[in-house]
Design a protein around this ligand. Structure first.
Ligand code: SF4
Ligand code: ZN
Length: 326
């Protein structure tokens, strides 16, 4: 097997300025120093924003900030790009404290510290205090094997709700090329064409309570996000979510990295072919679903009860069964 992405060695020179290189980009076969890498990275984010019209008519962007390297890179780069190129657009951060011991405390501290340094307004939503449950509660339910799926439903629902409440017209997430390729791979395998249509750089709002979602990092890899964070000497979380061990998404990412090591540029090609060659056909043949309001919470839903309310009702039922069986 060919070696995977490698770090720059001391003799490598930056392709753009000739100084000592700090990073090597496998897909582009290019060495860059820290300064040139920062410029390259921010230019790519800016180009994605322009290419997909992500900030059309924007006044306030909410950024979903978990504390991980991807959302950290997003907050830092977007904050700079907005100040320089879109000074009329406000940026606010939303963080959900999931109540995961040994992980959520560190994530929350990092988020608050970064927002303080950037002087950015930070909305912290404490799941335990606000809703009376935490993500580890799902371990004692039938969802224990799909805990990341349950966590994802909760985060998507709350992020949208908070962004809507604070008056944001866009919700930016740190989804990157690795995330998109991993999900697309699974959807292609299953032939889930309706779901494939939703994997796009911008998901425009189709309901007054649904905030438009944007993915400014969609053409950047996790490795590039890490390099950006390192180049700025920003702190990196030492804790990992202890619940992620059996995540199928992580296994698929490993597989995608193995293919990338054999075929450099595979992830970029896969995503670009999907967007340019497949999406136009899918868009014509698949209609956007009509959203109604959930009868329990009033938020946008595909059916009478939204997936969040269904999930929480199942959690409550299993907790009652659990308690009554003791
Ligand atoms: Fe939630 Fe899974 Fe991420 Fe942990 S790894 S924060 S459980 S989605
Ligand atoms: Zn609901």
């Amino acid at each position: 097997m060919r070696p995977g992405p490698r770090a720059a060695d001391v003799t490598s020179r930056c392709r753009l300025c000739g100084k000592q290189a700090a990073h090597y980009l496998n897909h582009a076969k290019m060495h860059l120093c820290e300064n040139c890498f920062i410029k390259y990275y921010e230019r790519k984010v800016y180009k994605s924003i322009l290419k997909h019209n992500m900030l059309r008519g924007s006044r306030k962007v909410a950024v979903a900030f978990s504390g991980g390297k991807d959302s950290l890179a997003l907050v830092k780069a977007l904050h700079k790009i907005l100040m320089e190129k879109f000074p009329e657009v406000e940026l606010e951060v939303v963080h959900i404290d999931l109540g995961i011991p040994g992980y959520s405390e560190e994530s929350r501290d990092l988020v608050e510290k970064i927002c303080d340094n950037l002087n950015v307004k930070c909305h912290v939503y404490d799941l335990s205090a606000e809703k009376g449950y935490v993500i580890p509660d799902f371990q004692a339910t039938p969802f224990r094997r799909r805990i990341c799926g349950a966590c994802g439903t909760i985060k998507r629902y709350l992020m949208n709700k908070i962004a809507y409440k604070i008056g944001a017209d866009k919700l930016a997430t740190g989804h990157n090329l690795d995330d998109v390729v991993e999900v697309l791979f699974e959807l292609y395998l299953r032939g889930s064409v309706e779901e494939m249509v939703r994997i796009r750089p911008v998901s425009w709002s189709t309901h007054t309570k649904l905030v438009t979602k944007i993915k400014p990092l969609i053409e950047l890899t996790e490795k590039e996000n890490l390099y950006y964070v390192l180049s700025h000497k920003l702190p990196i979380l030492s804790a990992k979510c202890p619940l992620s061990k059996n995540s199928r998404a992580l296994k698929r990412k490993k597989l995608m990295n193995m293919i990338e090591a054999e075929i450099p540029g595979f992830k970029h090609t896969f995503y670009k072919s999907h967007l340019k060659r497949i999406m136009p056909h899918l868009r014509d043949s698949i209609r956007e679903p009509t959203l109604i309001e959930c009868k329990s919470c009033g938020m946008p839903s595909l059916s009478e009860t939204c997936s969040y309310c269904k999930l929480i009702s199942k959690l409550q039922k299993s907790q009652i069964t659990h308690i009554s069986n003791e």
